[in-house]
Design a protein around this ligand. Structure first.
Ligand code: FAD
Length: 450
């Protein structure tokens, strides 16, 4: 009988176990490739995420020979309706482990069952499904290092072949693929499986060997930029891990450990879904924080007077992406220099990041804020000036994103207020005094401990 392949965060044909399973189940009777634009996810998505998803759906449609069905509305209604319309007896998905996805899939499963249709889950957006990596007593891990070791020992299956070219694709009425034009002034990476594979191969050829040394340098910009492709499943991490296994050297092994961070955070969020909003280390809810106001607006707009912070925040608005080192610097600034709760920053990131991923984002924020999974002590406070000097030594990254500072000499690029000629026109004075705010952050921590 016909089958439905319901795509969600797996917008690719290659190495897609659920799609293979749908083709096998249909056994020649045809597969309906379906995507549902769920208002609960589409509604709050920012302009970057919407534009990128739309472009990725267009790319998927093209690789299906124009046969992708996109429906808008509640998945419970739309998936059931589409499955009934093509006479399917099974619907195939890669399992979703996010807090909302789990509830949605249970509701869809129940509604399908009422019609005699089965929901089959196979695979996930991860090499090892969240919840699977456990210690000897059957418990999950709370910190990264032992998780990463156990994750590698657990292992994963080999990549799965893509469906043959003679597969019959079915369709239903209402093919509603959204427009993919990004808002003016926003430049987004190329979307789709083909673009993901090209980017990945280019990274393997050009940059992976230097990844271990260069990954902290935003000026060099040699990290892989694969996060957005992983976010939408345009490539599966298994495919990448299989390629990395063929290579020697520090770069490949460091890269592998970064993929393990992604898997770790997904595992943690799955086991502690409340940490999407709440403090992972609950005691931090009792810390004194300031209320959001003008400082938050200055941070969002990249007008803090700290060049590396402003460069990062402007890069976010221009491209939907920020270099990892700079994500840490701007996050630390919000929490420890402005004394705001991490959730304010996480929300802004989720709105603008093209790779915005609930697990990596919320836990990346909590890690920096000192209330997350890591033993990283709260009293380690990033100094935005010295971080800039160390990781963007000539200020090339800052000059790329902060127009007002383009003419500033190298020696003052991270401290323009110290310039004998004064600040260049239009660039703000430092919003706060870092040394003072650092003391304030530590004092608040002391009070929390008491
Ligand atoms: P590379 O350095 O090439 O890394 C390769 C891949 O490893 C990445 O694509 C990503 O999938 C994974 N990875 C690397 N570092 C991390 C990490 N610290 N945590 C989890 N996965 C990692 N990443 C997201 O994908 N989505 C987010 O919403 C997100 N929000 C973040 C928020 C904060 C405050 C911080 C500090 C980090 C956040 N990260 C997030 C992690 C990291 O910054 C990005 O994955 C990375 O910058 C993406 O660029 P890249 O693909 O070139 O990375």
């Amino acid at each position: 009988a016909p089958a439905v392949m319901w795509f969600r965060r797996d917008l690719r044909l290659g190495d897609n176990p659920a799609l293979r399973a749908a083709c096998d189940a249909a056994d020649g009777a045809g597969v309906l490739p379906l995507f549902v634009l769920d208002p609960k996810l589409w509604g709050p998505a920012g302009p970057t995420r919407r534009a990128y998803l739309a472009a990725s759906l267009h790319a998927l449609d093209e690789s299906l020979g124009g046969h992708l069905t996109v429906l808008r509305g509640d998945p419970v209604r739309q998936v059931v309706r589409a499955a009934k319309e093509v006479g399917a007896t099974t619907v195939h998905v890669a399992a979703d482990y996010g807090p909302y996805g789990v509830r949605r899939d249970e509701a869809v499963e129940e509604a399908l069952a009422a019609e005699g249709i089965e929901l089959h889950r196979l695979g996930s957006p991860y090499a090892v499904a969240p919840g699977r990596v456990r210690n000897g007593s059957g418990e999950g891990y709370k910190v990264y290092t032992p998780f990463a070791r156990a994750w590698a020992e657990h292992g994963w299956r080999a990549p799965v072949e893509r469906p043959g070219t003679r597969q019959t694709w079915l369709g239903v009425d209402g093919r509603d693929i959204p427009d993919a034009t990004p808002p003016a002034g926003l430049s987004l990476p190329k979307a789709g499986e083909k673009a993901a594979l090209e980017r990945w191969r280019a990274f393997l050829e050009e940059d992976v060997d230097r990844y271990g040394e260069d990954r902290d340098r935003p000026d060099l910009d040699t990290t892989s930029h694969m996060s957005v492709h992983l976010k939408w499943g345009e490539i599966h991490p298994r495919t990448m891990l299989a390629d990395l296994a063929q290579r020697r050297g520090q770069g490949a092994s460091t890269y592998r450990s970064e993929l393990a961070w992604r898997e770790f955070y997904a595992d943690v969020l799955h086991r502690f879904p409340e940490t999407a909003r709440e403090y992972y280390k609950a005691e931090f809810a009792g810390m004194e924080y300031d209320g959001p106001g003008g400082d938050l607006a200055a941070w969002r707009e990249g007008r803090t007077g700290y060049p590396i912070v402003d460069a990062g925040m402007r890069q976010l608005r221009a491209t939907g992406w920020i270099h990892n080192r700079v994500r840490m610097i701007v996050a630390s600034f919000l929490v420890k220099d402005l004394h705001l709760e991490w959730q304010h920053g996480a929300r802004h990131f989720m709105h603008w990041l093209v790779d915005g991923d609930l697990a990596s984002n919320q836990h990346g924020w909590q890690w920096v804020a000192g209330c997350g999974t890591d033993a990283a002590p709260y009293f380690r406070v990033f100094n935005p000036t010295t971080q800039g000097q160390k990781f963007d030594p000539k200020g090339e990254y800052v000059r790329r994103w902060v127009e007002e500072l383009r003419e500033v000499e190298d020696q003052y690029i991270h401290e323009p207020a110290a310039r004998p000629d004064g600040l260049p026109e239009g660039y703000p004075e430092p919003l706060v005094d870092h040394a003072e705010e650092r003391r304030e952050a530590l004092a608040r921590l002391d009070r929390l401990k008491k």
